[in-house]
Design a protein around this ligand. Structure first.
Ligand code: ZN
Length: 190
């Protein structure tokens, strides 16, 4: 298995819609194994094809909480979201609603997401499966599925958070093609 370089905001593959996977072959199986290893090394709780430069509709995810442990791949996923509670009713809680992205490394921003999702996806055996998720797992699935549509959570920010993200893009010279980092090798905190 190989740890793959993770593309950073600005690399075109991150901002395009990804293509469906038509066949689960050795190439896909190898990619999934490498994506798990890359996600674990980062470390992260989800990693989508475009983040490792592959314009395909798949992501890996892993989540543990009391009573729930999941670790799987979602190939050609479809998501149904419960309605999002409008922010005007209830302010975003920075402790409970903050997320980060390995393609915008070292930063976190609060973002309102749907609290519940239903996902249908294909696993490596080619079988369609269903997963109902709440809370953090629901957030992970929405975040990763967004990647397959060329959307990074930064694009969903508004107001001061959006402006702060733009500042970071300029300061770190991201937002242009050609930036990536290698988990286990590169120091992200600098
Ligand atoms: Zn991400």
């Amino acid at each position: 298995m190989t740890i793959l370089p993770i593309q950073i905001y600005g690399e075109p593959v991150l901002h395009d819609a990804a293509e469906p996977i038509s066949e689960i072959n050795d190439e896909v199986r190898q990619l999934v194994a490498d994506m798990f290893e890359t996600m674990d090394a980062a470390p992260g709780v989800g990693l989508a094809g475009p983040q490792v430069g592959v314009n395909k509709r798949l992501f890996v995810y892993a989540w543990d909480e009391p009573g729930l442990s999941v670790r799987d791949v979602a190939i050609n996923p479809e998501l149904w979201l419960a309605p999002i509670v409008p922010e005007s009713i209830d302010e975003v809680d920075p402790d409970e609603e903050t997320e980060g992205c390995l393609s915008f490394p070292g930063e976190r921003f609060p973002l309102r997401r749907s609290q519940r999702v239903l996902m249908r996806a294909t696993n490596l055996d080619g079988e369609r499966y269903e997963l109902e998720a709440e809370g953090w797992l629901a957030r992970i699935l929405q975040h990763e599925n967004d990647h397959l549509d060329g959307v990074i959570y930064i694009d969903r920010l508004a107001g001061n958070d959006w402006r702060m993200a733009q500042k970071i893009l300029r300061k770190r010279r991201w937002g242009v093609p050609g930036c990536s980092w290698l988990p286990g090798t590169d120091d992200l905190e600098g």
